[in-house]
Write a protein that binds this ligand. Sequence first.
Ligand SMILES: *[C@@H]1O[C@H](CO)[C@@H](O)[C@H](O)[C@H]1NC(C)=O
Ligand SMILES: *[C@@H]1O[C@H](CO)[C@@H](O)[C@H](O)[C@H]1NC(C)=O
Ligand SMILES: *[C@@H]1O[C@H](CO)[C@@H](O)[C@H](O)[C@H]1NC(C)=O
Ligand SMILES: *[C@@H]1O[C@H](CO)[C@@H](O)[C@H](O)[C@H]1NC(C)=O
Ligand SMILES: *[C@@H]1O[C@H](CO)[C@@H](O)[C@H](O)[C@H]1NC(C)=O
Ligand SMILES: *[C@@H]1O[C@H](CO)[C@@H](O)[C@H](O)[C@H]1NC(C)=O
Ligand SMILES: *[C@@H]1O[C@H](CO)[C@@H](O)[C@H](O)[C@H]1NC(C)=O
Ligand SMILES: *[C@@H]1O[C@H](CO)[C@@H](O)[C@H](O)[C@H]1NC(C)=O
Ligand SMILES: *[C@@H]1O[C@H](CO)[C@@H](O)[C@H](O)[C@H]1NC(C)=O
Ligand SMILES: *[C@@H]1O[C@H](CO)[C@@H](O)[C@H](O)[C@H]1NC(C)=O
Length: 871
Amino acid sequence: MAVCFFERLLFSCLVLVVVCAKAELGNTVGCIEREREALLRFKHGLVDDYGILSSWDTRDCCQWKGVQCSNHTGQVVGLYLQEGSLRGEISPSLLELELLTHLDLSFNDFEGSSIPPFLASLPKIQYLILSDANFTGRLPSQFGNLSNLLSLDLSGNYHLHSGNLEWLSHLSSLRHLDLNSVNLSKAIHWSQAINKLPSLIHLNLRHCSLPPLTTPSLSPVNFSAPLAFLDLSWNDLTSSIYSWLFNFPTTLIHFDLSLNADLNGSIPEAFGNMSSLEYLDISQNQLQGSIPDAFGNMSSLTYFDLSSNQLQGSIPDTVGNMASLEELYLHDNKLEGEIPKSLSNLCHLQKLALQSNNLSGQLPQDLLACANDTLEILYLSYNQFTGSVPDLIGFSSLRVLYLGYNQLNGTLPTSIGHLTKLQWLDIGSNSLQGVISEAHLFHLSDLHTLDLSSNSLTFNMSLEWVPPFQLFSLALTSCQLGPHFPSWLRTQKQLKDLDISNSNISDVIPNWFWNLTSPIYTFNISNNQIIGNLPNLTSKFDQPLYIDMSSNYLEGSIPQLPSDLALLDLSNNKFSGSISLLCTVSKSYLVYLDLSNNLLSGVLPHCQKQWKSLTVLNLENNQFYGKIPKSFGSMQSIQTLHLRNNNLIGELPSSLKKCKCLSFIDLAKNGLSGKIPPWIGGNLPNLMVLNLRSNNFSGSISLELCQLKKIQILDLSSNNILGSIPRCLSNFTAMTKKGNLTIAYNYDSLHNSFLSDAPWSYVDSELVKWKGREFEYKNTLGLVKSIDLSSNKITGEIPKEVTDLLELVSLNFSRNNLTGLIPTTIGQLKSLDVLDLSQNQLIGEIPSGLSEIDRLSTLDLSYNNLSGKIP
Ligand SMILES: *[C@@H]1O[C@H](CO)[C@@H](O)[C@H](O)[C@H]1NC(C)=O
Ligand SMILES: *[C@@H]1O[C@H](CO)[C@@H](O)[C@H](O)[C@H]1NC(C)=O
Ligand SMILES: *[C@@H]1O[C@H](CO)[C@@H](O)[C@H](O)[C@H]1NC(C)=O
Ligand SMILES: *[C@@H]1O[C@H](CO)[C@@H](O)[C@H](O)[C@H]1NC(C)=O
Ligand SMILES: *[C@@H]1O[C@H](CO)[C@@H](O)[C@H](O)[C@H]1NC(C)=O
Ligand SMILES: *[C@@H]1O[C@H](CO)[C@@H](O)[C@H](O)[C@H]1NC(C)=O
Ligand SMILES: *[C@@H]1O[C@H](CO)[C@@H](O)[C@H](O)[C@H]1NC(C)=O
Ligand SMILES: *[C@@H]1O[C@H](CO)[C@@H](O)[C@H](O)[C@H]1NC(C)=O
Ligand SMILES: *[C@@H]1O[C@H](CO)[C@@H](O)[C@H](O)[C@H]1NC(C)=O
Ligand SMILES: *[C@@H]1O[C@H](CO)[C@@H](O)[C@H](O)[C@H]1NC(C)=O
């Protein structure tokens, strides 16, 4: 039996020195019967699902798992029952363990019970570890009686709270306090309580909802604790914290003030005096102003994080003085200027992240010269760096290189191919030119992510090339890859994301590609000249989320698809036949389905019940016929519905009422009939675009339609609509106000969080008949406000309320049977670009107000009985 003697040394931090000496002691001291019984009662109170305490039945309780006894008296001194998944109650029998100094019950599950206050009566307890044990409720203030306590850890009990920390101030021996995730939002005087702990070395108050210091607590404190570790991250602190903080500048080694969303203002220079700091994190706040020069004084700093603030100005030269720096994070700020030359002095730098700023200038050859052996991660993407990609030869540890979204030009140096540790290489969206050859990738055997998209690069690999790597993610958008489908992909057995869109491939997708065994998540081959048919895809992808094969020359029928598909874009191809196989997409992940501009036909399938998440459905410009199925009303999330230019007939199913999210409906150029359903007005409050042009709708325009407050484009032209124009159309408020309502969906923000890796957005387009021609509006769509009722059988007068729609850009009432006068207030429509009232039976004077509309470029009043001058 080995005997260990513990000796505690107190330094600037706690050091536990364990001196172990082996000796044969025999069984001289054993367990004390009274304590054995106390432990058994303790065990009895617990629920031990996994038999953690199964050894607790022998004679000598000192041999039981988790029990530590004094080697001199046989009394229990420690109970280490962490990570036992124990449940149940903690028995007060523990109080009989008179010498218990160490109690660790962390990572068990006390099922939301409160911490038993009797623990505060354990007379000798020094280490009380109750973290991550699912305790809730109020923290017992009796803990203030534990005057021998050296270490208290209650972290990770998410529903534990303490109204004040007054009890803490009695724990004069306390060195280590961890209340991470305990709710202290009511403990407004928390700092005073901490001030009374003279021995405190380690303080963790992360995620405690700590309130800001109030002015009274700013009173000068004589804080003498040798505090070395302080974590105040993820709280509600403001800059009033600084006056307290700067009382212990010389002892702190680790300081974290990140994630305090209300912490704004500039960074105090006084940080520069914290000369012993090794770890400083003040990221993810709202800090403004520039980085103080004084930071250069922190020569012990190894970890420095100012990322995700609003910092401006340039990176100070003095950062180069932080000679110990290993990790520097300044990303996601508004920093400008060049990378200071002094960074080349940092010889221990391992991780440098400067992405998403406004940094500019060239990346010099000796950029991080001294870190050539140590640098592992270099993030410089999303800035405005110019010039060529630096030659990083000799950076033998580099694993991650992100240079994407800059303005780098020239060719890619082949020395990249010697970075043998490289795993991620992203230089997409720059202005690089030239040829990528096997040499560029020659030694990159660890590479798993390669993005060279959106440059002007040509791939020139031999047909037999066997890359040294197995990629997870490959993005070569807009590279010159073709004309053949890249045969080296055949060697890649682990691909998850593949984007070879717009890369000049005019080939079939080879059979072997469909046999790749890897679970592809995203697959984008759009905008090529790929020909051929698609095979049955059900078993070809393991977990496909996103398939984009749009804008190719694919033909044949739409094959059977994997059931858990989320995005499918097969638009702009030559697919034909029915789409009934689509119903196999059944797992309700589908959010986006675009089959537009093909030669598809048949009736629309009835399987929309399983498409609860579908947001965009585009089937326009095909040859579908028959009615719109009732089941369309089951698409609860649908926002955009495009069925334009098919051969659909019948009435709109009233089940569409249930699709409350609809903001865009385009059913133009079909044979739909019946009255324009009044429920559109009352049930689709988000509708911004309604296009029913060129159908057989009849009847009059019902007043209910006036409830479409958000409508921006209303096109009912070329139908058989009768009756008069309702006066209430002045209720189309979106047409009365300035405003840029955009109909754009960012799939990041859609509820489908599994798509967060697909930075993919979709902007609706709409064909608006504009000056006699159809134009496609994409990004400007939000600005177009138009009403088109032309080519119907509408009678009566033009209601003067139309002229309340002040932001109208286009108004077309031509080819009807309108009578009466043109409203004299028409001149109010100052944004009007097109006004067409031709081929009606309007009479009277042409209102002089028309001449006040500067923007008016098309005015047609012909074939009426108007008199006066055309302005
Ligand atoms: C008692 O001896 C055992 C075995 O040598 C050792 O593991 C343990 O740490 C000792 N206990 C104390 C409290 O010193
Ligand atoms: C905590 O306890 C509650 C109440 O028994 C239980 O519902 C919950 O799942 C537990 N939480 C954890 C993380 O074990
Ligand atoms: C803590 O101490 C106070 C006063 O010293 C006493 O009244 C109280 O009973 C003690 N609580 C416990 C749980 O020992
Ligand atoms: C790294 O840089 C140092 C000094 O800048 C140089 O002496 C050394 O040769 C470089 N190492 C490599 C592998 O290039
Ligand atoms: C790269 O861009 C810089 C300007 O940023 C220009 O001076 C230089 O000529 C360009 N080099 C190449 C090879 O195009
Ligand atoms: C693909 O797999 C199918 C079925 O396993 C097999 O018949 C075919 O030969 C394979 N094709 C290639 C090119 O490996
Ligand atoms: C597609 O393949 C799956 C699985 O291999 C099979 O069950 C299904 O019948 C096939 N579908 C068609 C239309 O061939
Ligand atoms: C038009 O709006 C007004 C004011 O909001 C409202 O009282 C009226 O009922 C609306 N008319 C119609 C037909 O919706
Ligand atoms: C309208 O919004 C779009 C998309 O957000 C934007 O691109 C465009 O510049 C905006 N136009 C105006 C005039 O604000
Ligand atoms: C318009 O009215 C006239 C007479 O009132 C009628 O002859 C004509 O057929 C009508 N035109 C339409 C398109 O309804």
